[in-house]
Design a protein around this ligand. Structure first.
Ligand SMILES: Cc1cc2nc3c(=O)[nH]c(=O)nc-3n(C[C@H](O)[C@H](O)[C@H](O)COP(=O)(O)OP(=O)(O)OC[C@H]3O[C@@H](n4cnc5c(N)ncnc54)[C@H](O)[C@@H]3O)c2cc1C
Length: 414
């Protein structure tokens, strides 16, 4: 028996996957007065992908120069969305980048600030200690860089904001719809589900995070180099009496510590008395068969001494008190994939994926770009060269970077 469409409309665009990227894309398309369907295989706001949880950092400091204009645009679009909905999902803070003064990634971050005239302050160890009231202590051969754009975004609140705004502008939302195939029928796309039904759209945007490799392989036969990585976020207890000093209100920054290991964190916010200090790393996983375990020994060995050294006994460094699982979708160069799928789909199917552990802050700007690509066939005012799929044909490792020690993933035990 021939299956029936689940909805008899032909949507201007169908967005597949409602993580932060899909939610922002649906919002952008709907805001432009175009009809859009957003489908999600699990519940909306589930915790099985990459966009759930308590906090995500926004910062403008990147070793690669091409992320700076994107993040500045994204910050503007976050503010616009907040004013559209009437509440904020961002707790502002300064951003502190720190590390050995000869670390090439950190030097590249500094050089990007200089060449783009981004307001920044470089601090020697004693100046850094003074700037943050003695809370951060760094070795003599380290430096600190303070920039204004920093802070913590509440991820689930942010996604629900974009879902609500999408509905406000007329988007149709459906969860528990797993897309299993995308086909072209003349000038129309048929987006099929594993339940045996389908939706029709003029364009499709695939934003399925860690499931991208699997879906794109099924649809086009193309094997994209996007590796799902299981990772762990840890919260550590602040010693009694110091809790107030680690809050954004008290001036404590969001931070990234370069070198080996690469560590990042946020002010104490979501769990009073605890602070998030996380190791950038994890192990390869199958997004549908995760073990949900945490490699605490690796984390304790890498993060414990860092906490002891930087926070001078104000935070308990023996072991974290809370751990949460999440997934990165890593590309070999750590850069995003934002492109047309090509092949038989030409410019009708767009993919936004491989956000490599740093895509949340960029949700609004990536949503805008994906909407541009889907609706206008080109992105306006942005150079997408670093994000093209074709880079992996030229070099399986993708973009070559000027700095040698790129931020590397700490490889946890499986
Ligand atoms: C621990 C951790 C810390 C991070 N910290 C930061 C940070 O501080 N700052 C920052 O900017 N970024 C950060 N990130 C990265 C950021 O969270 C991700 O880049 C971003 O959430 C990726 O969003 P996404 O929409 O691509 O993927 P997802 O959120 O995984 O969304 C993809 C969606 O597609 C759905 N889907 C999959 N297959 C199908 C299908 N066949 N049919 C329908 N739906 C489907 C999935 O269920 C999922 O909901 C962090 C990530 C992690 C894991």
């Amino acid at each position: 028996m021939e299956s029936q469409p689940s909805d008899d409309r032909i949507f201007d665009a169908i967005v597949v996957g409602a993580g932060i990227i899909g939610c922002c894309t649906a919002y952008e398309i709907a805001k432009r007065g175009r009809s859009v369907l957003l489908v999600e295989r699990f519940d909306f706001l589930h915790h099985l992908g990459s966009s759930h949880g308590e906090s995500r950092t926004i910062r403008s400091t990147y070793p690669e120069p091409y992320y700076l204009p994107l993040v500045l645009d994204s910050a503007r679009l976050w503010a616009q969305a907040h004013s559209d909905i009437g509440f904020s999902t961002l707790t502002k803070a300064h951003q502190l980048d720190l590390g050995p003064s000869n670390n090439k990634s950190l030097l590249s971050v500094i050089s990007n600030c200089e060449s783009s005239s981004l307001p920044h302050r470089l601090l020697k160890p004693d100046e850094l200690s003074k700037r943050f009231s003695g809370l951060f202590s760094i070795p003599d051969d380290w430096i600190g860089l303070v920039t204004e754009l920093g802070g913590v975004i509440k991820p689930t609140k942010a996604q629900s904001m974009f879902l609500a705004l999408s509905v406000k502008y007329g988007a149709v939302l459906k969860d528990h719809v797993k897309v299993s195939q995308i086909k072209r029928l003349g000038g129309i796309l048929r987006v099929e589900t594993d339940g045996g039904d389908y939706f029709l759209g003029k364009k499709c945007v695939v934003t399925v995070g860690a499931w991208t490799r699997e879906l794109v392989k099924t649809v086009t036969g193309l094997g994209l180099p996007i590796q799902p990585i299981h990772t762990t976020i840890c919260y550590w207890r602040i010693r009694e009496g110091f809790e107030g000093e680690f809050t954004a209100e008290a001036g404590f920054p969001t931070f990234a510590s370069y070198g080996e290991p690469y560590i990042y964190g946020t002010p104490s916010l979501e769990f009073p008395g605890l602070i998030k200090v996380a190791l950038h790393g994890g192990h390869a996983c199958d997004p549908d068969r995760r073990a949900w375990t945490h490699d605490m020994e690796t984390i304790k060995k890498a993060v414990g001494p860092w906490i002891e050294g930087r926070f001078g006994g104000r935070v308990e460094s023996e072991e974290p008190v809370s751990a949460q699982a999440c997934m990165y979708s890593m590309t070999p160069d750590g850069d995003y994939v934002i492109d047309f799928l090509g092949g038989g789909f030409g410019r009708d199917v767009v993919v936004g994926a491989g956000f490599s552990g740093h895509g949340f802050k960029m949700g609004p700007v990536v949503g805008r770009i994906l909407a541009d690509l889907a609706l206008d066939g080109e992105a306006h005012g942005v150079d997408l060269e670093p994000f093209r799929l074709g880079r992996f044909e030229k070099n399986p490792l993708g973009n070559v970077k000027d700095f040698e020690e790129q931020v590397s993933l700490h490889d946890f035990k499986n």
